[in-house]
Design a protein around this ligand. Structure first.
Ligand code: PEP
Ligand code: MG
Length: 552
């Protein structure tokens, strides 16, 4: 456990895993392209600036009033005549467009940085670097999305640029820690506007050692604690929950204690997406009725638990943390876009390749160890097992054959296990939604709709690709049809269906999913109360709710 002092730019307390912002796309020194002739480079520059400006406009349109000026400032800079004529003269002299804009951008930024008598202008140097970096990345065909995250994290970096914050989906940033940075920077303004607990100036040492580790970020006190011990973690969780309850303050009955029922008297269930015992504990304290999705892969990503016995301990500690409430465990979902995992990368895993159950079925020994551990843990408390990325009934049948084999093994060993543990599938591929009934016919006992993947695969829009963002529509008409089909199939066969994924944590989306027939919602613990509030105020029965009108 190590404590770092910093300067608070936005208050609050969070506990989470740190993700260090990759610096590669900020590498201004190498331009992975060979310049063409000046005429072509000038055209490429114009094109890249247009793309950068449309990205900036799109970010401005999605941002709060207080943040819009930041992106408009950056966009204006890219139109500035004297700035552009300097860039053009470098290009005409034979410099490539990326290098030319880099040189001029650096010089402008250096000039502003030297303005020590005007702090406001001095800090705008970061915006110049941010805007020009955007153009450089476009010219060099580097991804503008620097971090692919599939669970909310505490972001760490030397300093943050406004676009760093916008390139990560809302809800994915629990907190921010920077080694340098300023309380007046645009990134700090955005963090404050979004109420993201943030600390700057914690020092370089922190960055060297923080990636993937757990941290308590106490921006109220201006400190962060790396690798907190159990007592420190517990204190933090208790304070987070107390603060959350205090913010419900003046309500007659705390939101958390109100029965989950819509205005027209329809019951619903709120569950949490979790990673392990610590966040299960806090999710239950925040009112979750159980864990709708335990992403089991993260025990492996942390680098320790793997064999059957170790996994058994891990799952039983999750069950204990849930205190008698049900825990739905997703079996490993490794693949190329499981960004924290290098373990199963390679030609066996790919976005549209060997993810989830496909990868598990190819590694039967690993899969069996997990299933046996889960079936044993299920004897200790309510647990369900869900297979990710199931595409067709063959996947299901193959997985269930392996389950039968595990049952037989456990019988032979004479160890206690739960032979009746329910097995279900994630509906995260359109093909699976379209034949949802077939899974029920083959014995599938429940469905969990995974909006993150279902949205990306339905719209062919990578969930981490900012430029495809306008196609990533978790409540589009197409999603409506797939979700309705899944819900209808579940109803026809009398099996439960729930929905999870980031979109569910957005209160407006949750209400739309309610109208699509869903009654069980699983989300990040931080979203439970706001979603509950929206659902309590909503009407479930869809007399006025048809499919969305836009063509998704
Ligand atoms: C999903 O796909 O909606 C989901 C919750 O799983 P993950 O984000 O882990 O892919
Ligand atoms: Mg998924």
């Amino acid at each position: 456990m190590k404590r770092y002092q910093g300067v608070s730019v936005s208050p609050g307390l969070v506990l989470g895993q740190v993700s260090l912002l990759a610096m590669s796309s900020r590498d201004r020194s190498s331009f992975n392209r060979n310049p063409q002739n000046p005429e072509k480079e000038l055209l490429l520059l114009e094109d890249a600036i247009r793309t950068a400006q449309s990205e900036l406009e799109s970010m401005a349109s999605r941002s709060a009033d207080s943040e819009q000026a930041i992106f408009l400032f950056q966009s204006m800079l890219l139109e500035d005549d004297s700035f552009l004529s300097e860039v053009r003269s470098y290009i005409q002299a034979g410099t490539g467009a990326a290098e030319a804009i880099n040189r001029v951008g650096q010089r402008y930024a250096d000039q502003l940085r030297a303005m020590t008598d005007n702090t406001y202008l001095q800090l705008r140097n970061v915006d110049i670097l941010d805007a020009t970096q955007r153009v450089i990345n476009i010219l060099c065909d580097r991804p503008r999305m620097r971090l692919t995250l599939d669970h909310p994290v505490i972001l760490a970096a030397d300093r943050l640029m406004p676009s760093d914050l916008f390139s990560i989906p809302a809800g994915m940033i629990l907190g921010i820690i920077t080694s340098e940075g300023s309380t007046l920077s645009h990134a700090a303004i955005i963090a404050r506007a979004r109420k993201i607990p943030s600390l700057v100036q914690v020092g370089r040492d922190f960055l060297d050692d923080c990636d993937g580790r757990i941290v308590v970020l106490d921006a109220d006190q201006g400190v962060c604690i790396l690798d907190p011990d159990a007592a420190t973690r517990q204190q933090a969780v208790t304070r987070i929950c107390t603060d959350q309850r205090a913010s419900e303050g003046d309500m007659e009955m705390p939101l958390q204690d109100m029965p989950c029922m819509t205005r027209d008297g329809v019951s619903f269930e709120l569950l949490a997406n979790c990673f392990g015992p610590e966040d299960i504990d806090s999710a239950i304290q925040s009112g979750a009725a159980g864990v709708g999705l335990l992403r089991s892969d993260y025990q492996i990503l942390a680098g320790d638990t793997f064999d059957e016995q170790e996994q058994y301990f891990y799952y039983t500690s999750c069950i204990a943390a849930a205190g008698g409430k049900p825990v739905t465990v997703r079996t490993f979902d490794f693949g190329s876009d499981r960004t924290l995992s290098n373990i199963y990368r390679g030609d066996q895993s790919a976005h549209l390749g060997m993810r989830g159950i496909r990868s598990s079925l190819r590694s039967p020994r690993r899969f069996e160890a997990q299933i046996r551990a889960l079936m044993r843990a299920a004897a200790r408390g309510p647990l369900r097992i869900v297979f990710p990325m199931v595409t067709n009934v063959e996947d299901w049948d193959d997985a269930m054959k392996l389950v039968a084999h595990c049952r037989q093994n456990l019988e032979e060993r004479g160890v206690p296990y739960n032979s009746k543990v329910p097995f279900g599938i994630m509906l995260s591929i359109p093909a699976a939604c379209l034949i949802a009934e077939d899974f029920a016919r083959h014995g599938c006992q429940f469905f969990v709709i995974g909006t993150n993947d279902l949205t990306q695969y339905t719209h062919a829009a990578g969930r981490e690709i900012t430029s495809a963002e306008r196609y990533f529509q978790p409540t589009s008409k197409a999603m409506y049809k797939l979700i309705r089909m899944s819900v209808d199939a579940a109803k026809a066969h009398g099996i439960p269906v729930g929905i999870c994924g980031l979109a569910v944590g957005d209160p407006d989306n949750a209400v739309q999913y309610l109208h699509m027939g869903l009654r069980s919602f699983s989300m990040g613990p931080q979203n439970l109360l706001s979603v509950k509030k929206a659902l309590l105020d909503a009407e479930a029965l869809p007399h006025r709710a048809g499919p969305p009108q836009q063509e998704g």
